[in-house]
Design a protein around this ligand. Structure first.
Ligand SMILES: Cc1cc2nc3c(=O)[nH]c(=O)nc-3n(C[C@H](O)[C@H](O)[C@H](O)COP(=O)(O)OP(=O)(O)OC[C@H]3O[C@@H](n4cnc5c(N)ncnc54)[C@H](O)[C@@H]3O)c2cc1C
Length: 733
């Protein structure tokens, strides 16, 4: 057992901004025993603003200019909450998160960036696209790009705000649309671009940079209007302060930025514009335990413009001071530099470099910028080489992938059965009690070590997973009792974790009207949770593992591959959208899928969990005395699973699950589908036999509640003793 270091301080990071990503990397590279870090982030991939114009221009992919917060948090050993903070209660030391119970903190750090302030331009909210915050801009730009490349799409495009962001964005848009126009049968010269500012172009840059920027705009044919701000946006024109009207089809706004509105109720001292007022240690001026960084804050002694470069530079001192404060060392002041290099891209792989009074432009400057930005991003996204140094023991899978393998389990149970008396253990998903009433009673229990360190989501998924055994038998779960193991910590921290764990579970149970009416808890080495669930089922609705008929189609309700994905996450090889998709699937109860499958005459049914899809299908086949052929290409997989399996990523339970391999035929030894078919699933879907003539109708109905559902195979007759039960068919070698 690994030594347990009790949690002494909880650091909560709000927002995955440019400073917090450095804090996370710092804790990943140098973990601090006894310090628990939680990141609360609205988006799971954080855009890096320096490369955003390059994304718009088409020079970078989404992955290249976003930091994967799921991977980074896993590397940092941090808990990740995918959610939006709506406020903080400084008296109770709690963070409020939309749709969740409050989360306790000892130290808090805020790096949420800004929100757009469109209040001074009439109609901007309704008719313009705000360029800030960056995270919401990217999808809106994609939508505009698609429209602009339609035969009758927008052609006259304006950017309001002639600072650095406005300059880069109008040129990036111009480059992208003109590049792509011919492929869509559009003459590039049909587009018109205008940049409008209420001050001179690039007000915070030197005059040489301004001159170069004007030349770039003239070279590229972008019209520039300076010192005449937009006061109104309508669906087809911009009204300027001078009264001039400009016809446009699409307007983007990158003007004023405001602090998030919830700051006003925190009791934190704010500056005149509503940003969090900081000391040079990055601590709030009126709360030593609240830190902030980036655009959402203002260091009173060192005022600087709002720019990503400062947010990035604040990362290391913020990490050092959070760490110091957590272990009761003294925090240090940080003075940002006054002069800094800016590299403004001109869309077509040229840039203007400026620092102090100097400025120059050319393709070399873009290459310089690219040479700085790419390695910076790689330092956050390519963490695999650092992860490989972790001990194997730390890479053991959690969830259902931490279960005992089928051979070990069945050996232990057969010894029990052989030890005399009538102790036969029925191998259904839930125990059935027939008390003579109209309904049969069902009882089941499930339990696993944490596969995800954040207790609320873990509790929710564990509850959904535990109810699944009852759903798999056609029943209705009614009561639940919980068992939880919590790592040793100060009683207050243990209380918070237990509260979060049970609050997540209670939310899941409440949705199905299940009463959580008891349980037990214990201290232990690692977070683990489980539930005993009881329920009942009408006699004619009961479904067992036996009952498949030759000719039945095998229908699977959810994708598979959860353990491969979480194994990849531990190795720094998973991506945020993959994990998000798996979590969304695991949070989906099997209740509705069970209803659909039963309505369509399910002959036998079970849920896919620790033994993997193949292991559970074999259980159905053995209980039904049938065989089956499975179409490997029809298996629904979570995104990322196929590639990961091909590259050899697998759960630590896989070797044990493969003990069932002898019952399977048809696939070459080295085929990556083995790892997928025997991949243990946490909160997996249902697999059922459906009469062939109703299978397509069943699938259509099932897709309405479980969109990735699929018909994966066909049941065949018994092949006799010793013959393989499951034949795998694949068109790929
Ligand atoms: C087009 C463009 C180009 C730019 N180019 C440059 C450049 O080249 N160099 C430069 O220095 N600056 C540049 N900037 C400015 C730069 O984008 C910002 O200064 C920088 O993003 C600020 O970083 P931050 O960490 O403060 O916040 P952000 O990067 O905005 O990060 C904040 C994060 O917090 C999350 N969040 C917000 N609210 C909540 C909440 N309530 N709960 C949970 N999470 C929350 C957000 O989703 C976001 O991921 C550019 C800006 C734009 C628009």
């Amino acid at each position: 057992m690994r030594p347990v270091v009790p949690v002494k301080k909880r650091i909560v990071l709000v927002g995955g901004g440019h400073s917090h990503v450095t804090v996370l990397r710092s804790f990943g590279m140098m973990p601090e025993p006894g310090i628990a870090v939680t990141l609360i982030a609205k988006e799971l991939d954080a855009p890096y603003s320096g490369m955003l114009p390059g994304l718009v221009a088409g020079h970078y992919t989404h992955e290249e200019c976003h930091i994967d917060l799921v991977r980074l948090a896993a590397f940092a050993g941090a808990r990740l909450v995918h959610g939006e903070v709506t406020g903080i209660d400084r008296v109770r030391r709690e963070v409020h998160i939309a749709g969740r119970p409050p989360l306790a903190f000892d130290l808090l750090s805020i790096d949420t960036g800004i929100t757009p302030d469109l209040s001074n331009i009439r109609g901007a909210r309704e008719h313009a696209i705000p360029v800030k915050p960056v995270s919401t801009f990217a999808p809106r730009w994609e939508e505009l790009r698609k429209r602009a490349l339609l035969p009758d799409g927008p052609r006259r495009i304006a950017v309001v705000g002639a600072g650095a962001a406005g300059f880069e964005i109008i040129l990036a848009i111009r480059h992208r649309l003109r590049q792509e126009a011919p492929k869509h049968g559009i003459d590039p010269s049909a587009f018109g671009f205008v940049l409008i500012g209420n001050e001179a172009l690039l007000p915070s840059h030197n005059s040489r940079a301004r001159t170069l920027a004007r030349k770039e705009l003239a070279r590229t044919g972008v019209k520039l209007i300076e010192c005449d701000g937009v006061v109104e946006v309508t669906p087809d024109e911009l009204v300027l302060a001078s009264g001039k009207r400009i016809l446009v089809d699409a307007a983007l706004v990158t003007t004023k930025a405001a602090a998030p509105a919830w700051f006003a109720d925190t009791g934190l001292k704010l500056d005149a514009k509503g940003f969090i007022a900081l000391r040079s240690t990055l601590q709030s001026v009126n709360d030593d335990d609240v830190f902030a960084a980036g655009d959402c804050a203002a260091v009173l002694d060192h005022p600087r413009e709002k720019a990503g470069v400062f947010a990035v530079r604040q990362g290391p001192p913020l990490a050092a001071n959070l760490r110091a404060r957590a272990i009761a060392r003294s925090v240090k002041p940080f003075k940002p530099q006054r002069q800094f290099l800016t590299l403004l891209s001109s869309g077509d792989q040229r840039a203007i470099a400026a620092r102090g009074p100097f400025a120059a432009a050319g393709a070399w400057a873009w290459r310089w910028k690219d040479g700085i930005d790419r390695p910076f991003m790689e330092s956050f996204n390519d963490l695999s080489f650092m992860v490989t140094e972790k001990a194997d023991e730390e890479m053991r899978c959690g969830g259902c992938a931490a279960k005992i393998g089928p051979a070990t389990l069945s050996a232990a149970l057969s010894r029990l059965e052989a030890s005399g008396e009538d102790r036969s253990i029925a191998r259904e998903d839930a125990a059935i009690r027939d008390t003579g009433g109209e309904r049969l009673e069902l009882e089941s229990v499930d339990f696993f070590r944490a596969f995800w360190p954040e207790p609320y989501l873990l509790g929710e998924i564990a509850a959904i997973h535990a109810m699944s055994d009852i759903h798999a038998m056609g029943g209705v779960p009614e009561h639940a009792q919980g068992v939880a193991v919590l790592p040793y910590a100060h009683p207050r921290r243990t209380e918070d974790d237990l509260f979060q764990l049970m609050a997540g579970a209670a939310a899941a149970f409440e949705r199905e009207k299940v009463v959580l009416d008891g349980g037990h808890s214990s201290e232990g080495a690692e977070l683990a949770v489980g539930f005993a669930v009881s329920g009942s089922v009408e006699r004619d609705r009961l479904r067992r593992k036996g009952g498949l008929k030759p000719g039945d189609r095998l229908v699977l309700s959810k994708p598979i591959g959860t353990a491969i994905l979480f194994a990849a996450l531990m190795r720094g090889a998973a991506r945020a959208p993959w994990i998000a998709a798996a979590i969304a699937g695991m949070r989906r109860s099997n209740r509705q899928a069970a209803d659909v499958l039963i309505q369509h005459g399910a002959s036998a049914m079970t849920d896919v969990t620790g033994f993997g899809l193949a292991g559970h299908v074999i259980e159905l086949l053995e209980a039904s005395r049938t065989t089956a052929a499975l179409d490997v290409e029809a298996l629904p997989l979570y995104p990322g699973v196929a590639d990961l399996a091909r590259s050899g990523v697998a759960s630590t339970l896989l070797p044990q699950n493969l003990a069932n391999r002898a019952k399977v035929s048809g696939l070459a030894e080295q085929h990556s589908a083995w790892a997928i078919l025997f991949d243990p699933q946490t909160s997996g879907g249902l697999v059922a036999g459906i009469p062939a003539d109703g299978a397509e109708a069943c699938l259509a109905a099932l897709k309405a509640v479980s969109p990735e559902a699929s018909i994966i195979g066909t049941v065949g007759p018994d092949a006799g003793a010793g013959a393989p039960l499951l034949e795998l068919r694949s068109r790929r070698p």
